[in-house]
Design a binder for this molecule. Structure first.
Ligand code: GRF
Length: 199
């Protein structure tokens, strides 16, 4: 592990992006997963990570009752203990403060299900449908204090098709997320920030 970049992945739910990332870090890939961390003890991704031999941890945000700094002071501990070189958000559903983000500046990635800068925030698929967009997709970007706003490291496009519902479109995008995020991480871990553009 020492010769590889160590990657911590933060999740809140099923962790399908986390699984894609973990499963991609093999062979001559310059990185390996060192931790999967969730704010939700019931996150389905935790079992999937453990089944892959990846160390897991949970820091439940609820006891902190909106005191973001107190939650983040606990959240950062397993990341530091794991010696993470890179932190990836993958379906992590808590907004992080500038203080937390600044600790991992320039080594902090997120995947967002839209073609940023369009549709920052939630309900991206419904918003793309409401706007009548012909195409949609996902973006991997560097995490900065502003939400869904950092330098773009990759994008994957999908067509919007007649009759698409938000769920159908989300599923089409998610398939591309599972291709894009591993491709970006591999490049990023090798020190290359050239954007990955798919579809
Ligand atoms: C995905 O749409 C991802 O873009 C967003 O969270 C959703 C669920 O991701 N960040 P996962 O299956 O938990 O990786």
């Amino acid at each position: 592990m020492s010769e590889h970049k160590r990657v911590a992945i933060l999740i809140s739910g099923g962790g399908s992006n986390m699984v894609s990332l973990v499963d991609s870090m093999t062979g001559d890939h310059p990185a390996r997963a060192c931790l999967v961390l969730s704010n939700n003890a019931d996150a389905g991704g935790l079992e999937k990570a453990a089944a892959r031999g990846v160390t897991t941890a949970v820091v439940d945000h609820r006891p902190f009752k909106g005191d973001r700094e107190a939650f983040e002071a606990e959240l950062v501990k397993p990341i530091l203990e794991a010696g993470a070189d890179i932190v990836c958000l993958a379906g992590f559903m808590r907004v992080l403060t500038a203080g937390f983000v600044s600790q991992f500046q320039n080594r902090f990635l997120n995947i967002h299900p839209s073609l940023l800068p369009k549709y920052k925030g939630l309900h991206t698929h419904a918003r793309a449908l409401e706007a009548g967009d012909a195409e949609h997709g996902c973006t991997v970007h560097e995490v900065t204090p502003a939400l869904d706003d950092g330098p773009i490291l990759g994008q994957a496009k999908v067509p919007v098709l007649t009759g698409d519902t938000p769920d159908v479109l989300a599923a089409r995008v998610l398939k591309q997320e599972h291709v894009l995020y591993p491709a970006v991480l591999r490049r990023f871990a090798a020190g290359d920030r050239t954007p990955v553009l798919l579809g």
